[in-house]
Design a binder for this molecule. Structure first.
Ligand code: ACO
Length: 334
């Protein structure tokens, strides 16, 4: 059992390592064009997506575990050192137990408290924020954050307007409370939600099913008002980034990389333009992975680190938006 004490306020919350995992099966736009009435030209020009990885043998849990193990390796942290695991997903393999506990069991993090949060595509950042608060406000020292999805099981593969957008995968990060003189780690976090806009992007859960219900509901899939989500994202993302940078006391020009939720390259380009920042500072991996919801930001973070684009002292903005609607941003100095 973990006992949390309130004495850690002065700690820096630093990122120690990252990991990611995607399924083996790669599905191109051309292949989708043989399944529904779509084309590589339509998908790539509207979204920037060219391929996605789809789980055939993998599960949300197996991807989450693989990403978590890689993040622990990268951080050089042992599973027993983890005090807290927070997982974020909208596509768990089961209602019970939660994904974080499944990860805990698989990696042997026997000293951790483990729970899930759901904030859709903003989920990893909500989990990161929650974990950072725990580490700031308690004796807990080390946390593992995981974003993992198999969105392929909640999209309607006959609906061309949604099935082309999403992919499966998982990303993880290890964070730690450290007392440092230098200004490093998570410098600011902003978050928000607007439940009144929830209708723009939805997926129903398991319908009522008991002896007293006469009419069974149909199977629910992701449904989206694409243009409403687009307008929301283009309005919200630049605001979140500006607010996170302001809170951190940094100008946008001082930020090295903006790691945004990978939903649509046009949204990222619009954000770059509004912020008067060059597109080179906005890395993208959605041509290869599509939209990974809660896994999007941590998979991108790991991807960019593997490219060698993040060094000690690199100044990053992480930002996401998603169903709910929800949004979140953070400034992190690596
Ligand atoms: N292939 C070919 N045609 C298609 C496809 C497809 N895959 N999907 C839709 N169309 C057709 C539509 O049927 C419509 O045809 P019609 O004019 O004959 O009725 C036409 O293309 C235009 O459809 P729109 O929905 O108006 O297309 P739009 O230009 O808005 O692009 C898109 C759709 C890409 C989803 C866009 O609205 C968008 O980027 N929205 C942002 C939302 C987003 O990125 N969501 C990702 C998940 S949400 C999240 O991560 C938080």
């Amino acid at each position: 059992m973990r006992v949390f004490d309130l004495f850690n306020i002065s700690m820096n919350i630093v990122m120690k390592g990252t990991g990611s995992a995607v399924p083996k099966r790669r599905v191109t736009n051309e292949e989708l064009g043989r399944m529904v009435d779509t084309s590589d030209e339509w998908i790539a020009s509207r979204t920037g997506i060219r391929a996605r990885h789809i789980a055939v043998e993998e599960t949300t849990t197996s991807l989450a575990v693989e990403a978590a193990e890689k993040a622990l390796d990268d951080a050089d942290v042992k599973a027993e050192e983890i005090d807290l695991i927070i997982a974020s997903t909208v596509t768990p393999d089961q209602f019970l137990p939660n994904l974080a506990c499944e990860v805990q069991a698989a990696i042997g993090a026997k000293n951790a408290a483990a729970f899930d949060v759901n904030a859709a595509c903003s989920g990893f950042l909500f989990a990161l924020n929650t974990a950072a608060m725990y580490l700031k406000g308690s004796g807990a020292k080390t946390a593992l954050i995981v974003g993992a999805e198999t969105l392929s099981k909640i999209v309607d593969w006959k609906d061309r307007s949604t099935c082309v957008l999403f992919g499966d995968g998982a990303g993880a990060a290890v964070i730690r409370a450290e007392e440092l003189d230098v200004c490093s780690g998570i410098l600011s976090m902003v978050q928000g939600s607007d439940g009144t806009r929830g209708g723009a992007l939805k997926c129903g859960g398991r319908p009522l099913n008991n002896p007293f219900v006469t009419q069974q509901a149909a199977q629910a899939y992701v449904s989206m008002d694409g243009q409403e989500v687009y307008r929301f994202a283009v309005r919200t993302v630049p605001k979140v980034i500006r607010q996170a940078a302001d809170e951190a006391g940094m100008s946008l020009d001082e930020i090295d990389l903006f790691l945004l939720h990978q939903a649509n390259v046009r949204i990222i380009e619009a954000a770059a333009k509004q912020l008067s920042q060059p597109m080179e500072k906005f890395p993208v991996n959605l041509p290869e992975y599509g939209n990974l919801s809660a896994a999007s930001v941590p998979v991108l973070l790991d991807y960019v680190r593997k490219q060698g684009r993040i060094q000690s002292g690199s100044r990053l903005v992480l930002a996401g938006f998603g169903a709910g609607m929800t949004w979140s941003g953070a400034v992190v100095v690596w």
